[in-house]
Design a protein around this ligand. Structure first.
Ligand SMILES: Cc1ncc(COP(=O)(O)O)c(C=O)c1O
Length: 342
């Protein structure tokens, strides 16, 4: 597998060519980002936690931003007089969903390489917008889907591999869009702490770069699944993990973090069960639906906030809304835990 970063950016990809060839993208762009930064339950007498609510994006997750950026960048680089543009990427699910919808809107074929453990509902949705789907055994997630994506691109060069794990457009989108929004929304204040889950590491690295501009002392704590943490020497495994994030296994580290961040961040390990229970608890407390990685981030942000003073702010990001089935599972586990503790 190739692990080299490429395509350095010092701004968001230009949208001019994309909008002129596919004017329907302007509507998506208008509803992309500018998500609310909400105040969320925080430890008493300690720092306050704020979260960017990314489920408000047009296709329901933070990945809509990156998919849009990668999409425009691929359009900018493609010579349409030489043939059609066909896009391929490996994904845990949210990127596949966003790319498939964008492709469908523009008549651009999209091939998604996803783990075989994704929900039936997502597979149905991908099929309904004509995505080509390749599934990979979840026992090899995350590395397995990345390797398969590179293999497909190698065997059939008509597919353009977007490579969200290595393409620095991903980091740029979070630095110049997500991070810039947070800086504006803090209204002259600065973040003292920043928490994100690491899938590609684009969110963590990009937003860190933006927030450090206002506070070079920014404390960073990342969420990682307990079942296969970032940098783990263990082999990939089929244990359930909170979605959207994960270590590679075999000691490999996400290149955006390993090569791009000035120092390796600290990691907080959150188990699948803890994340699912926290999804339910958060919904009970606020009435707001958040997904497993968001719930893991809430727990991690809470931990960081406990080390800080009441005048300080910890910012995090809630990537998606999760499913009602997961919240129901969280309710069951929450009640079982309560019973066993009494
Ligand atoms: C639900 C969810 N949470 C977190 C992440 C991690 O984001 P990043 O890839 O920027 O590290 C993703 C990415 O796919 C995701 O889908």
């Amino acid at each position: 597998m190739n692990f080299e970063l490429f395509n350095p950016q010092d701004n968001l990809p230009n949208t001019e060519k994309a909008f002129s060839l596919f004017p329907q993208l302007e509507e998506v762009y208008a509803s992309l980002g500018n998500t609310p930064l909400i105040s969320v339950p925080s430890p008493e007498g300690k720092a306050s936690i704020f979260a960017k609510l990314e489920s408000e994006n047009p296709f329901g997750s933070v990945k809509d931003r990156v998919a849009f950026g990668l999409f425009c960048d691929a359009i900018n680089k493609h010579d349409f007089s030489q043939g059609e543009l066909k896009l391929l990427d490996a994904s845990g699910g949210n990127m596949a969903k966003a790319l498939a919808h964008l492709g469908y809107m523009c008549g651009i074929p999209v091939h998604a390489v996803i783990p075989d453990a994704v929900s039936e509902k997502l597979v149905e949705e991908l099929k309904s917008v004509n995505a080509v789907i390749t599934t990979v055994d979840y026992n090899f997630f995350l590395l397995g889907v990345l390797a398969r994506g590179q293999e497909i691109a190698h065997d059939d060069s008509s597919w353009t591999l977007l490579s969200q794990q290595l393409n620095l457009v991903n980091v740029a989108v979070h630095q110049y869009q997500t991070g810039a929004e947070i800086r504006r929304q803090l209204n002259g204040a600065h973040a003292d702490g920043w928490v994100a889950a690491v899938g590609t590491g684009g969110t963590l690295a990009g937003v860190s770069a933006a927030l450090r501009q206002d506070n070079p002392q920014l404390k960073i704590l990342a969420s990682t699944p307990k079942e296969l943490p970032y940098g783990s020497l263990a082999a990939p495994n089929g244990k359930k993990k909170f979605a959207g994030a994960g270590g590679f296994g075999w000691g490999l580290r996400q290149p955006f973090i390993n090569k791009f961040m000035p120092e390796e961040p600290s990691f907080n390990q959150v188990s699948y069960e803890e994340a699912i229970i926290a999804m339910y608890e958060f919904f009970q407390l606020t009435g707001i639906k958040i997904g497993p990685s968001a719930a893991a981030n809430w727990k991690t942000a809470w931990k960081l906030a406990e080390t800080m003073t009441p005048d300080q702010k910890v910012v995090t990001l809630f990537a998606d809304a999760g499913t009602d089935d997961e919240r129901e599972q969280g309710r069951e586990w929450f009640n079982q835990l309560k019973t066993s503790n009494t």
